[in-house]
Design a protein. Sequence first.
Length: 99
Amino acid sequence: AMLMSGSPQGSLEIDYAISREMTNSVDGGKLYVQHVLQQQSQKLFERLESGAHIYFCGLKGMMPGILEALEQVATARGFDWSTTLKKYQKNNQWHVEVY
């Protein structure tokens, strides 16, 4: 979910990734969170760089794929992912609750 720029306070943009019901546009396989993050990467990084927060909650097995996708996108945008992630963590913008 992302707060929409220019929307009334409290408005969110929500993108779903329901792997059992949805397919990705890359190979027609299951749609996972990392696919949505890659598709929305421009908005995602613009908002994170403006101070937005991001939350991940679910099975811990999802995080490696998410981190790999974000690293690929960040690198393509000229960011050093390790430094960028540490910045988000230090600023309390990065929230992970996995089990």
